[in-house]
Design a protein around this ligand. Sequence first.
Ligand code: ADP
Ligand code: MG
Length: 610
Amino acid sequence: MKEFLSVLRRFVPPYKKYLIASVAFNILSAVLNVFSFALIIPILQILFKLQEPVDILLPWSWDNLTEVAGNNLNYFVSRLIESHGASTTLLLLGLFLAFMTLLKTGGYFLSSATMIPIRTGVVRDIRVQLYNKLLSLPMGFFSEERKGDIIARMSGDVNEIENSIMSSLDMLFKNPILIIVYFGTLIGISWQLTLFTILVLPLMGWFMGVVGKMLKRKSLMAQALWSDLMAQLEETLGGLRIIKAFVAEGKMSERFLSKNNEYRNTINKVNTRQQMAHPMSEFLGTVLIVIVLWFGGSLILSGAGGITAPSFIFYLTILYSIINPLKDFSKAGYNIPKGLASMERVDKILQAENTMKEATHPISVGPQLKEQIELKNVWFRYDNQWVLQNINLIIPRGKTIALVGQSGSGKSTLADLIPRYHDVQEGEVLIDGVNVRDTSLRNLRSMMGNVNQEAILFNDTFFNNIAFGVENATREQVVEAAKIANAHEFIMATENGYDTMIGDRGGKLSGGQRQRISIARAILKNPPILILDEATSALDTESERMVQDALDKLMRERTTIAIAHRLSTIRHADEICVLHEGKIVERGRHEELLALNGHYKHLCDMQQVG
Ligand code: ADP
Ligand code: MG
């Protein structure tokens, strides 16, 4: 209960005014409901000829309000019967009942309608918060949490929360109002009978609560399985090429089926329990009515209790009206635990601590590199094993430093430390003598341009992909960058030129074309520092030539860290560092390293670079 109140406190306050309107309409519709049903009394009295004509209009007073109201209503009805006859009076009463009911249902509609903006607003806010949080979390977070899982939390769990928030709003702001108004009426009609009813009701509530207990655990399980399913889907979409190449469709399908079945079984249990709520409360409701009917009936038959048969029927109608809000309580009893389970999962992301702390008083660096980048005694690990050990490296302004080494030796990791995608455990990364921790991420990353092995493009036009990192880029600037990157020709050859959509992740382009777009993007950003991580490794020789040419133009005048798989591309670097198992084992120029006859020579021999 406390948990879910705190959820409400977090998300509902912006929508207070809707909540207030809804509460007002609820009160209105509850009161109208009572009055419309009260008309049953005179109707029954006319039908069964139970009421003597009333000739005196009593003055209004608070002490015996119900009595006066009843008397005066009867007075008017008596006058009506006198002037128009009993059956016309019945018709008029019926029409009045219909009119009151129209108002009541109208109020009911408005109260539900004002809830809708709350519901949609809360869900939107949670989604936006989640998305922004994902943008702000460091890269390290995502290697642990799978993408499919995040998507599941964003969709399925947020929907669960929506349902449960709505249930809980009903529970807090609608049902209590209805119940209070109806109970007030019941007491007004006959407090003796109501006393008896109150003794029976809690029993019912307890019964309903029992079933809801296990729901939260089961529904957590179901959501976790849903995450697994989404993760598999994600993986499959990304790996379709390989799945088809290895003719593994059957295997994948089986794997999916078995997870799917597991999910189904769990959700079966959750839903079955949930379906029990409705029939059970209906049954219990009827039992309640029967018990009260028996007790009240005995009172009337024995002439005690001061209640007439028509009032008793009215009493039962109102009692029956109470059952719905009570039933909704039990529905909330199911939905809220489910929603809380989902909220917990969403909070795993929302409350994830951002381990990458921004400096409180950032020292500004850039926009140009003045002196050098320096890695000083840097040690880094992702989990237990050191990936980089005691790295010392100086990259002077305007020079090109190459990192080579076997795959897994830590090259990409080292390059990631400079834009501070990860924080080092020991040592320092310095830009012009300023620790990257002491400057703002924005400042720092604005100085760098990246070109990676896999060009990362978005499902947008060529223009927007190239202009991605630069605000208000003009057409001329974009075209200029594309020309330098050898991308202009093939862009112009497409249907709409720069306004052509490139497809999901640039799926319509060849590897070399994608790479040239990402180079054009880097050219346009014009950063002083360039990080090239195997920029040409995934390309064939022909497109590598084009891309390398574009890269050479990009690297001119810039400080560059180049990671290369093909050693031929970095032989002119100012310094080449050979990484082996996280350590720099050799460093120097191409010829010097060859002369050492060590790791570098070995790598070159394997690639037959002379
Ligand atoms: P390279 O780029 O030289 O091929 P990497 O820097 O990518 O090497 O990886 C160095 C080591 O760090 C490898 O053993 C790799 O398994 C590990 N590694 C890389 N990225 C992560 C990560 N996000 N989480 C855990 N370990 C990682
Ligand atoms: Mg790498």
